[in-house]
Design a binder for this molecule. Structure first.
Ligand code: ADP
Ligand code: TRP
Length: 319
């Protein structure tokens, strides 16, 4: 079973990325042959600063490796080291109906946020389809907001297979229902575009200060509280085991437990859970040659697989 996912290097990774996409993808490493890549071609649709793109790409590599990506199991690479995806994107674009792309929420949302409505932004899902199909992926772990893009990929694969013969595996999205949307400080979806994130590897003091700012209702210290409607609890339970989760629920419902206490507990569990990742990240940061070799080696393996699919697709269309 081939598992594949990618993430754009377009800002610092946050807890929404971690619980929505990174942790599920890292857990799937055990279940099959995983491919994970840093989608720097995609990031170009919104990033126009070459130094920043390079730095963010590097940071994403360190973040993933620090959080448990095992390079002996997972093929880890930069998207731009496999230029074959562009040729495949063209072959896919000739069967992609305009209407399919016009219905994509992500394009409309990004334009509404002020990103230029370029052809690249519009054709983004076709490149994403090429990323997925070129490795004959079966499962694509992503957060809920990417589900539509995987459905578009399925439609494109089916259309191509119908017109030219069975070339592509039709993939399935894999979405963690319990963490479908991780809330940010203000209760909206945590997203770098809303300035409501808690960064994975931000400054410890700053992260704590941000946690203390999470929006809650105005119940007083003594009042019993409902964990199910609370943003602090929603984040806490992502880190907690069953015992910790139950204890926090009892505290909420019992009263005499303030949101300040819950926020402190959240800051502590985050700090504790990420301490080993922080240490690992420092080690990796001090060994850039090791990380660079690993990415190059990943790209070589990815390219071999990509070239095989591309050859079949070229043959199928008559090139
Ligand atoms: P952002 O919203 O910060 O721009 P991206 O769109 O780059 O994040 O998302 C990268 C990956 O992380 C995607 O698979 C996305 O679904 C997942 N993701 C991002 N934010 C969240 C969130 N708040 N909850 C769950 N998953 C998320
Ligand atoms: N569009 C994805 C995002 O913004 C990133 C991405 C690009 C991706 N290509 C992919 C995800 C292929 C999964 C599979 O998060």
């Amino acid at each position: 079973m081939r598992i594949l996912s990618g993430i754009q290097p377009s800002g610092k990774l946050h807890l929404g990325n971690y619980f929505g996409m990174m942790r599920p993808a890292l857990r799937l490493q055990e279940k099959g042959e995983a491919f994970l890549f840093i989608a720097n071609y995609h990031a170009l649709t919104s990033v126009r600063d070459s130094a920043r793109l390079k730095q963010d790409t590097w940071d994403v590599a360190l973040d993933f490796l620090a959080c448990g990506l095992d390079p002996s199991r997972t093929v880890f690479f930069r998207q731009s080291d496999v230029p074959e995806v562009h040729e495949l994107a063209w072959l896919l674009s000739i069967v992609t109906p305009m209407g399919l792309l016009e219905r994509c929420h992500s394009y409309k949302d990004k334009v509404a946020k002020g990103i230029s409505p370029t052809h690249g932004l519009f054709a983004y899902p076709v490149l994403m389809a090429a990323d997925i199909l070129i490795y004959q992926s079966n499962i694509v772990p992503v957060g809920r907001d990417q589900k539509q893009h995987v459905e578009v990929t399925r439609d494109i694969a089916i259309k191509f297979n119908n017109e030219f013969g069975e070339v592509f595996t039709v993939p399935e999205p894999s979405i963690q229902d319990d963490v479908a949307v991780v809330p940010g400080l203000d209760g909206q979806k945590m997203s770098k575009s809303y300035n409501n994130t808690i960064e994975l590897f931000g400054d410890a003091k700053e992260s704590k200060a941000r946690i203390m700012k999470i929006v809650t209702d105005s119940k007083g210290l003594e009042d019993p509280k409902d964990p199910e409607t609370c943003n602090v609890y929603a984040l806490y339970k992502l880190f907690a085991d069953d015992v910790q989760r139950n204890a926090m629920e009892v505290n909420y419902r019992g009263g005499n437990y303030g949101y300040g206490h819950a926020k402190k507990a959240l800051a502590e569990i985050f700090e504790k859970s990420f301490a080993p990742f922080r240490a690992r990240r420092e080690e990796l940061k001090a060994n850039p040659d090791y990380v660079e070799d690993l990415l190059r080696n990943g790209a070589e393996r990815a390219r071999a697989s990509a070239a095989a699919t591309l050859a079949r697709a070229r043959e199928a269309v008559g090139l």
